[in-house]
Design a protein around this ligand. Structure first.
Ligand SMILES: [Zn+2]
Length: 90
């Protein structure tokens, strides 16, 4: 996670939008891939980050430490995923 104010400009449509540096590649890829975003924040190491998609869906950005601590199984349990952790894709 980057510090507050560490931004990188991302081309979204015809505009250059400042995005948290650590999320810039993800936001760029989503927009380039036809998944337009509305806003985002990485949480700056103090909370859960997010990417709000233009259609209203919200992608949570968890600290890497949360994944490292428990892996796929812990993530599946945290989000009450009914599939086995081994079946979680993407
Ligand atoms: Zn960041």
């Amino acid at each position: 996670m980057c510090a507050w104010g560490e931004t990188e400009k991302v081309q979204i449509g015809d505009r250059q939008i400042p995005v948290d540096r650590c999320l810039a590649p993800l936001v760029q890829a989503l927009n380039a891939g036809g998944v337009p975003t509305a806003m985002s924040c990485c949480g700056h190491g103090e909370g859960v980050g997010f990417v709000l998609l233009a259609d209203g869906r919200l992608l949570s950005i968890l600290p890497q430490e949360a994944f490292k601590a428990g892996g796929f199984q812990a993530m599946a349990e945290r989000f009450d995923c009914r599939r086995q952790a081994g079946e979680v894709a993407g």
